[in-house]
Design a protein around this ligand. Structure first.
Ligand SMILES: *[C@@H]1O[C@H](CO)[C@@H](O)[C@H](O)[C@H]1NC(C)=O
Ligand SMILES: *[C@@H]1O[C@H](CO)[C@@H](O)[C@H](O)[C@H]1NC(C)=O
Ligand SMILES: *[C@@H]1O[C@H](CO)[C@@H](O)[C@H](O)[C@H]1NC(C)=O
Ligand SMILES: *[C@@H]1O[C@H](CO)[C@@H](O)[C@H](O)[C@H]1NC(C)=O
Length: 424
């Protein structure tokens, strides 16, 4: 079986020598008042090792011994050894093999729905070969590129979603819009045909696409909904091992519209404060979902039975689009080794965050559930947001064209003459 997954990485390199943006949001709704503090949320109790949350549920039972082992109160020395301890993975494996020996766990497993059993059968495997990856090193494109890139876009896409990738490359992920720099590509204004309609070999096409744009990262596993978590975990590993120096990572789906100018301004504004307060290593921002419970409707694609996971989900940012620091990506890479994979990708990110004792910041301009009510119809609605989900490739291209009409104003406002955008 084939497999894929992929991440298109488009690197936005900014030289931070530019003048700080004189930006004042016109609409206070989109000023994130809690950018550094989640004032809107009550502190979340750190209860993930509490026995009563675990009951009989399969995943909870698996994770319990691992959380116990790294509980700083029960085992201060295990925690002190730090995140780089290589025994993490063996701990996760051990909890799995011990669970297999228990009769009640075996029983629970046999009663799980088939697709969840399939997930469980592969949940220990985290190593898959890379099929395609960018040739150039992330953030080291040119010798005179002294500053690290500000932002790396890591977009989850399926191999057949050529149209979506092309729309992103032509619009908000386009290299060169900041400094008016043109990239020499054959991309026309029209979004391309879906290659599958042409009856050609998709692997071959993807190879050509990767050669042409150099922005594809693909691993050899089956691209199913429950395997999406693997894309995050493998991306964190790739990011850490490739020594990518991007200050921020934007992780999102391929059916979103991102207001890139606004996002860059926002991140630029945050950077100084984050660095001054030494909290860049914890920084994650998105549409934060608080105290969600697993979907128990068995027709839903998010369905998780009580016998698999009990308790509510930790606070997590909606997976449609989220930004976190490169430093946090590296810590997530290490922490994820002591958290069993979970079939829902954004919930898994929240599970790792809780265990890092880091909490995502809510920003109302990340619309991962689309505009509330009729707000979309209001003038300038797309100028005020950072991201909106879901938009078709055609819509993405059109929205970008609309946004570009006012690009000159953005450029003046941003004063980013010293800035360049690159694509890997
Ligand atoms: C762009 O590519 C075409 C052919 O691939 C070439 O003729 C042209 O000179 C290139 N333009 C620039 C600016 O590099
Ligand atoms: C597509 O091409 C790859 C080589 O790149 C080959 O391994 C594979 O068998 C081909 N698939 C089909 C359906 O022809
Ligand atoms: C995930 O991918 C692996 C490797 O291709 C596959 O064996 C497994 O069945 C997939 N898991 C799910 C839940 O689809
Ligand atoms: C942008 O900043 C430069 C200094 O880097 C300054 O000389 C120039 O006047 C500024 N331009 C605008 C439009 O503010």
């Amino acid at each position: 079986m084939l497999l894929l997954f992929f991440y298109a990485g488009i690197v936005v390199c900014m030289r931070m020598t530019g003048v700080k943006a004189p930006w004042t949001p016109e609409n206070p709704q989109f000023v994130a008042p809690g950018t550094l503090k989640n004032k809107g949320f009550a502190p979340l109790a750190r209860v993930f090792w509490r026995n009563d949350l675990h009951k009989e549920a399969f995943w909870n039972q698996l994770q319990l011994p691992v959380d116990r082992h790294f509980n700083p109160i029960l085992h201060p020395s295990a925690t002190k050894r730090g995140l780089r301890n290589s025994r993490f993975e063996s701990m996760v494996k051990r909890s799995f093999s011990e669970a297999k020996k228990q009769e009640d766990m075996r029983q629970t497993f046999h009663n799980l729905p088939h697709h969840i059993q399939r997930f469980v059968n592969h949940m220990l495997r985290r190593s898959y070969p890379i099929i395609l990856q960018p040739e150039r090193q992330c953030g080291a494109q040119e010798q005179n590129e002294k500053k690290p890139p500000l932002l790396l876009f890591a977009i989850k896409t399926a191999e057949l979603n050529f149209k979506n990738r092309q729309a992103i490359r032509q619009s908000w992920g386009k290299a060169g819009w900041v400094a008016g720099q043109k990239r020499n590509s054959s991309v026309g204004e029209e979004v391309g045909e879906n290659p599958n309609d042409l009856g050609v070999n998709i692997s071959e096409l993807l190879k050509m696409e990767s050669k042409h744009y150099g922005d594809i990262l693909q691993w050899d596993f089956e691209d199913t909904f429950f395997n999406l978590t693997l894309k995050d975990v493998l991306f964190w590993r790739w990011f850490s091992h490739s020594h990518c120096r991007a200050v921020f990572v934007f992780k999102g789906d391929d059916d979103i519209f991102v207001n890139t100018p606004r996002l860059i301004t926002y991140l630029w504004d945050q950077l100084e404060t984050l660095q001054a307060n030494k909290i860049l290593k914890d920084f994650m921002v998105g549409e934060v979902i608080e105290a969600a419970t697993p979907d128990r409707a068995d027709k839903s694609k998010y369905f998780i039975p009580e016998s698999f996971y009990s308790g509510s989900y930790p606070r997590y940012p909606g997976g449609g689009g989220v930004v976190y620091s490169g430093l946090l990506a590296q810590r997530l890479n290490l922490m994820s080794r002591r958290v069993h994979l979970y079939p829902i990708d954004d919930v898994y990110v929240g599970m790792c965050m809780t265990r890092l004792n880091a909490f995502p910041v809510h920003h109302p301009a990340f619309l991962t559930f689309d505009f509330p009510g009729k707000e979309e119809k209001q003038p300038c609605s797309y100028h005020k947001i950072l991201l909106v989900h879901k938009r078709s490739p055609e819509q993405i291209v059109r929205l970008w064209a609309d946004l570009k009409q006012t690009q000159t104003q953005f450029l003046l406002l941003l004063n980013i003459t010293n800035t360049r955008i690159w694509e890997i």
